[in-house]
Design a protein around this ligand. Structure first.
Ligand SMILES: N[C@@H](CCC(=O)N[C@@H](CS)C(=O)NCC(=O)O)C(=O)O
Length: 209
C-alpha cells in the first residue's frame, strides 16, 4: 500500500518506479495538511511516499521505494546501467540540487540570497545534466534508467517555478529531455488524479485496471 501525494516529486519518483516495474499497489492519496493517522502510525516522520508491503515492512524513503520496485522486476531494464553512477546522480539531486530548488521556489522565505542566485546555484546541476545529455537521449545512455526517473520530477519542479525562464536557459538537451518526459505515457499515468483517501473508502489500485 502506497501513501502518496500527486504533486510531490519524491512521490512521483516512487510512482514512476512502480509503473516501470509493472507493479500494482493499493494507493492512498493524501494531503500534506491532513495526514491520515494510519500513515503517521506506520511512518512517524510524516513524509510521502510511504510504501507498506504485505509482509508488514515499511519503506519510507522514495529512493528505497524506487530501488525496491525495480529489484522486484525490471522489464524495461532501468537497472541495466552503471547503478553506482546512477546512485551518485540521484545523491547529487537529493543533497545538492533539491536544496537550491527549494530556495529558488520559495525565495521569499529565504531572503539571504536573491531568487536569481538560488536559480544559478541550482543550474550547476542542470549544466552537468546537459553535458550528460550531449550525446545520448537519457542521462546514462540510449535508454531510460533509474537515474532519469529518480531525477526527472525535480527538474520538472525547477522548470515549473518559472517556465519562461527555464526554457530560455542554454540547456537545449535538458529542455528536450524534460519535454519528452512530460509527454511520456508512463509519466502521464504517474500523474493520474485521485481524491484524498479517507478511512472507510473503497480500495483504489494504482495503476488502475
Ligand atoms: N527523503 C524523503 C523526502 C520526502 C518528502 O520530503 N516529501 C514531502 C512532500 S514532497 C513531505 O512529505 N513533506 C512533509 C510535509 O510537508 O508535511 C523521501 O525521499 O521520500
Amino acid at each position: 500500500m502506497l501513501y502518496s501525494f500527486r504533486r510531490c516529486p519524491y512521490a512521483m519518483r516512487a510512482r514512476l518506479g512502480l509503473l516501470f516495474a509493472e507493479l500494482q499497489v493499493e494507493l492512498r492519496e493524501i494531503t500534506l495538511k491532513s495526514k491520515p493517522p494510519h500513515m503517521l502510525a506506520i511512518s512517524p516522520k510524516g513524509t510521502v511516499p510511504v510504501l507498506k508491503l504485505p509482509d508488514g515492512q515499511v519503506i519510507e524513503e522514495s529512493r528505497e521505494i524506487l530501488e525496491w520496485a525495480l529489484n522486484q522486476q525490471d522489464p524495461s531494464g532501468l537497472l541495466t546501467v552503471d547503478t553506482a553512477q546512477a546512485g551518485r546522480l540521484i545523491d547529487r539531486n537529493d543533497n545538492e540540487f533539491k536544496h537550491w530548488l527549494d530556495r529558488y521556489k520559495y525565495a521569499d522565505l529565504h531572503p539571504e540570497m536573491s531568487q536569481q542566485e538560488y536559480r544559478q546555484n541550482g543550474e550547476v546541476f542542470l549544466q552537468m545534466l546537459e553535458e550528460r545529455l550531449a550525446d545520448t537521449p537519457y542521462l546514462l545512455g540510449n535508454k531510460i534508467s533509474i537515474a532519469d526517473i529518480g531525477i526527472m520530477p525535480f527538474v520538472r519542479q525547477f522548470a515549473h517555478v518559472d517556465r519562461q525562464t527555464f526554457y530560455a536557459l542554454p540547456y537545449p538537451k535538458l529542455q528536450q529531455w524534460l519535454k519528452n518526459w512530460l509527454e511520456h505515457p508512463v509519466f502521464l499515468q504517474a500523474m493520474t488524479k485521485f481524491e484524498p483517501w479517507q478511512e472507510g473508502d473503497e480500495v483504489v489500485v494504482f495503476p488502475e485496471g
